[in-house]
Design a protein around this ligand. Structure first.
Ligand code: ZN
Length: 71
């Protein structure tokens, strides 16, 4: 209960990790739009998701854990 403030970490590493989910959803949406309005289909575009995920994971691994809460 009183631990709730301690479990929320605001270090850069954890912030980037928190971005992963929303970013994947946004990317899927953008890919569907591209699939709708260009000659590319979603089946051709889905590997972009892997690239986005890879970029986010790389950024996360490089991000500072300064001020990170928990062990
Ligand atoms: Zn953290």
């Amino acid at each position: 209960m009183s631990d709730s403030n301690r479990t929320v970490c605001h270090c850069l590493h954890c912030k980037i990790r928190g971005l992963m989910g929303p970013l994947m959803i946004i990317t899927v949406g953008v890919l569907f739009l591209i699939g709708e309005y260009t000659r590319f289909s979603f089946l051709e575009l889905w590997p972009v998701l892997l690239i986005v995920a890879g970029v986010v994971l790389t950024a996360q691994s490089l991000a500072s854990k300064e001020g990170h809460l928990g062990s």
